[in-house]
Write a protein that binds this ligand. Structure first.
Ligand code: GDP
Length: 472
């Protein structure tokens, strides 16, 4: 049936031709490649086979440099629990004094955009924390341009601060530090700066390259200065987009709303999205029926780096999924069908992650230059020793990167980071949590557990030389 409609002939003709070739087929029969070629030839067509991956993907044309203009930065706030992520996002959202616009942002739609006095804009992802950040990245989404890492000055750099820094670094996202709670009598910003310096993150006022601002999220102190530093960082990045094309971007949140049907918050990353456009996000599509901004106002078009709540999709796409505006419903439907097919055939995962067994083979065929490793252990000393030794295994062909190391059991967040950065996880004298183990199975992440440093180093070395004996 599908083949008949592609060639625009009656399906009966195909069935009849099959019969004449000695094949008895039903209308929904799947034909093999050879039969398809043979049949097509009978009707004067030539067949070109393309992979299912290609059929399910959307080709995006590169923009001409001349069509590009500046776009606002998209920012994520990360840091240790209780250091003030939510307070900072709330302060910026609620006051919005900076724009002088009447009425703060009342809705939580997963992202919001603020305009500063200078007229420049910043978009914030409204789900703070590195877990959300890395979960999106594990699905292939690169949304964040700049990370604000918040550290409480009455506390210090804490384990989740380190995680947040490493998650941002693994994504190659520049960091601006916000040292929070300076209104507190026991605040000691220098202690925080010193701890950062010890991690090789030297802040600007100490002669380093990392921008840093002392703030109070609660009192609203110096927030404007922090945002200016974010914009300075954005200037260095020269963030650009072409507003004059069909939109593409990323899904930030989605849900089924009782009254309105499926709603999804999307951030446009290139182009302009308009009401009426046909969009496809993952497996779902539909005409954009209406769009709302974070102030619950109806909008008709949404430009680069701007978020909007969108009505009109026929399902709820996963956060982190890419969306594209397409020419027609037919095209959207066709690609959605291909994606469903692909998912059925390959299971949910399309991307396989690296395993120790595979490293040698991949190095041998020469398409592997970096090996990312996450090291968790029971004591700091052995983690340092092991990490140093692993990095020293780097050769001219392959660079070993320890993208995160910390004391403690292997957590879900470690697995998510491994999935986003295609890393393997090494546990020294520690084990994964139940949840981490389950996630690792689902994401196909290689976890290796050791109790002797030497054994870990030897095994990785053997793997890199393609000499690892297969696991039994
Ligand atoms: P999160 O867990 O990182 O999102 O932290 P929250 O924003 O929830 O803040 C944790 C606690 O610290 C709350 O009780 C806040 O009121 C408080 N807090 C946040 N920022 C400041 C600040 O600048 N000064 C003071 N004194 N308290 C703050």
């Amino acid at each position: 049936n599908e083949l008949a409609s592609m060639m625009d002939i009656q399906v009966n003709q195909i069935i009849a031709t099959c019969m004449s070739l000695g094949l008895f087929v039903s209308i929904n029969q799947r034909l093999d490649a050879e039969t398809i070629s043979l049949l097509a030839e009978e009707f004067g067509f030539k067949v070109e086979f393309i992979s299912a991956e290609v059929a399910a993907a959307i080709e995006e044309e590169e923009d001409d440099e001349a069509d590009l203009s500046m776009r606002p930065p998209i920012v994520t706030v990360m840091g240790h629990v209780d250091h003030g992520k939510t307070s900072l996002l709330d302060y910026i959202r609620k006051t919005n004094v900076l724009s002088g616009e009447a009425g703060g942002i009342t809705q939580h739609i997963g992202a919001y955009s603020v305009k500063l006095e200078s007229g420049r804009q910043i978009t914030f992802l409204d789900t703070p924390g590195h877990e959300a950040f890395t979960a999106m990245r594990a699905r292939g989404a690169q949304v964040t341009d700049i990370a604000i890492i918040i550290v409480a000055a009455d506390d210090n750099v804490m384990p989740q601060t380190v995680e947040a820094i490493n998650h941002a670094a693994a994504a190659g996202v520049p960091i601006v530090f916000a040292i929070n709670k300076i209104d507190k009598p026991n605040a000691n910003p220098d202690k925080v700066k010193e701890a950062l310096a010890n991690m090789n993150y030297l802040v600007e006022d100490w002669g380093g390259k990392y921008q840093c601002q002392e703030i109070s999220a609660k009192a609203g102190l110096n927030i404007n200065l922090l945002l200016e530093k974010v914009l300075l960082e954005a200037d260095i990045l020269e963030l650009k987009a072409n507003a004059d094309r069909r939109a593409s971007g990323t899904v930030v949140e989605s849900s089924l709303d009782k009254g309105r049907g499926y709603v999804a918050t999307m951030i446009v990353q290139n182009g302009t999205l308009k009401v009426g456009d046909m969009i496809l996000a993952g497996l779902y599509y539909g005409h954009v029926k209406a769009m709302f901004n974070e102030r619950n106002q109806k909008v008709n078009s949404v430009g680069p780096s701007e978020p909007a709540l969108i009505l009109g999709l026929n399902g709820a796409p996963t956060a982190g999924e890419k969306f594209n505006a397409l020419e027609s419903e037919r095209e959207a439907k066709e690609i959605a069908t291909k994606r469903e097919q692909l998912q059925r055939e390959q299971g949910m995962r399309t991307k396989k992650h690296i395993t120790l067994d595979e490293i040698g083979r991949r190095i041998a065929i020469g398409n592997f230059q970096e090996l990312n490793v996450i090291v968790k252990g029971d004591v700091d000393g052995s983690i340092e020793a092991l990490s140093d030794s692993l990095i020293k295994l780097s050769t001219a062909e392959i660079q070993v990167n320890v993208i995160h190391k910390a004391v403690g059991q292997i957590s879900e967040s470690d697995i998510m980071l491994a999935a986003a950065s295609n890393a393997i996880v090494i546990g020294f004298q520690v084990r994964p949590s139940m949840a981490a183990r389950r996630l690792a199975e689902k994401e196909e992440i290689d976890i290796r557990l050791y109790s002797i440093i030497y054994a870990a180093i030897e095994e990785l070395k053997d793997a890199m030389e393609g000499m690892l004996s297969p696991e039994i």
